[in-house]
Design a protein around this ligand. Structure first.
Ligand code: GCO
Ligand code: MG
Length: 403
């Protein structure tokens, strides 16, 4: 079998997605996700200009060799754009391998380790009351794990606090980055009140999670983790930017609140020290950003020997294609923790028909060969790319801040 074409499809059925379709001389094709939120077209160029010409005529069954060829062969290793491009190709090649074998991807990986994949959903409100209600609604829909975010008194509505995102736009409505205001001190005092109220209302059974969006320093994160201990969070996510992996030692010395990290990591090198020193509890790398099925499997196997569990990033900007690949990995991976799932709009489900299924708070990848996700190219063509950015974050005095 030989690769005959590598198509890159960009569409925006509510938000931008970059999808690769690898075609072969035997008529079997594979699909992969290469979306990087707010920087989509760089991946398109990387794939079209620098990767596609290298793949024509190659044997698609040699997934590991192609992965190494693209990773080592580029000379410029790692980084979000390179790794999203490699991820898209890798995912499409595994899809082809599954179709050739007539097996779902999770079978190729070693078979199911569980019957279903636990997911967490998102709930938010501008006030504690609103956020508590939103969590209740998700619980009523069958979710057993819910990420709760709340508006911060004294700050305007900003991304990732209580501001509800426009579902149709996946939270990305701005053609230029919106500049938002942040205050750590206002935030730190308020968050424990939300979780106190959630535990009062719903008891101890529900898994509660919280995302800090990299906005704290290590000692602030240590304090927040400590203040949240009575409410037994499933995890505190992304408390601090993790370029300085050693910085997480400080958090660990002070709190038993579990820590989750990794949605912006691209390779094992972004997490090696964090995993080896057991500074985190959940690794949140995802198939589209961390080297596809091949990259993710390598990171997750390494994490397993350090008691670190998996938790693939899965907001709306991770397309239904990568979600499919993730759910196959989740069903197989021995050290599975949880899968993020913020859901998709009806149109997104139509553009990307998929075999994976939701049942309340759980997903299953389905039994279709490969990862089981396709793209309706005719429908996708009706929704061309629209420039859109994530916001940026400034302190109250105007200083650009992490986020
Ligand atoms: C999450 C994330 C997302 C990101 C988004 C950026 O935990 O789901 O933090 O909401 O902000 O993926 O593109
Ligand atoms: Mg996050």
């Amino acid at each position: 079998m030989k690769i005959t074409d590598v198509k890159v499809i960009v569409c925006s059925p509510g938000r931008n997605f970059v999808t690769v379709k690898i075609l072969t001389d035997e008529g079997i094709y594979g699909i992969g996700d290469g979306t990087v939120n707010g920087r989509e077209l760089s991946v398109v160029s990387y794939l079209q200009d620098h990767v596609a010409p290298l793949l024509i005529g190659r044997d698609p069954s040699r997934i590991e060799d192609i992965w190494q060829y693209l990773y080592r062969g580029a000379y410029w290793r790692r980084g979000p754009i390179t790794m999203a491009a490699i991820s898209a190709i890798d995912m499409a090649l595994w899809d082809i391998k599954g179709k050739v074998a007539n097996m779902p991807l999770y079978q190729l990986l070693g078979g199911a380790s569980r019957e279903k994949v636990m997911v967490y959903s998102h709930a938010q409100g501008m006030t504690i009351e609103e956020a508590v209600d939103a969590v209740g609604k998700k619980r009523d829909e069958g979710y057993v794990a819910i990420r709760a975010q709340v508006g911060i008194p004294g700050l305007p509505a900003i991304y990732g606090t209580g501001k509800g995102s426009d579902q149709g736009k996946g939270g990305m409505v701005d053609a230029l980055p919106n500049e938002e205001v942040w205050s750590t001190s206002k935030y730190m005092g308020h968050i424990p009140k939300l979780f106190a109220s959630l535990r009062d209302t719903y008891g101890d059974d529900l898994h509660l999670l919280h995302d800090t969006h990299h906005r704290l320093t290590p000692i602030e994160a240590a304090r927040l983790g400590k203040d949240l201990e009575p409410f037994r969070l499933f995890w505190l996510e992304d408390p601090v930017p993790a370029e300085l992996q050693e910085g997480y030692r400080l958090i660990r010395q002070h709190t038993t609140t579990p820590i989750a990290l990794g949605e912006i990591f691209n390779t094992i090198w972004d997490a090696k020290l964090l995993i080896e020193e057991q500074l985190i509890d959940y690794i949140r790398t995802t198939s589209v950003h961390a080297g596809g099925v091949t990259g993710l499997r390598r990171i997750f196997d390494f994490a397993s020997i350090y008691h670190v569990r998996t938790a693939c990033h899965g907001p709306m900007d991770v397309s239904p294609v990568a979600m499919g690949a993730n759910v196959h990995i989740d069903l197989w991976v021995p050290n599975f923790g949880i899968q993020e799932f913020s859901g998709y709009t009806p149109l997104m489900h139509e553009v990307f028909p998929h075999a994976w299924k939701q049942d309340g708070g759980y997903l299953h990848p389905g039994e279709a060969p490969g990862h089981g996700v396709d793209i309706d190219e005719t429908l996708a063509a009706k929704y061309p790319y629209e420039r859109a950015y994530l916001p940026v974050n400034r302190l109250e005095d105007g200083t650009i801040w992490h986020w």
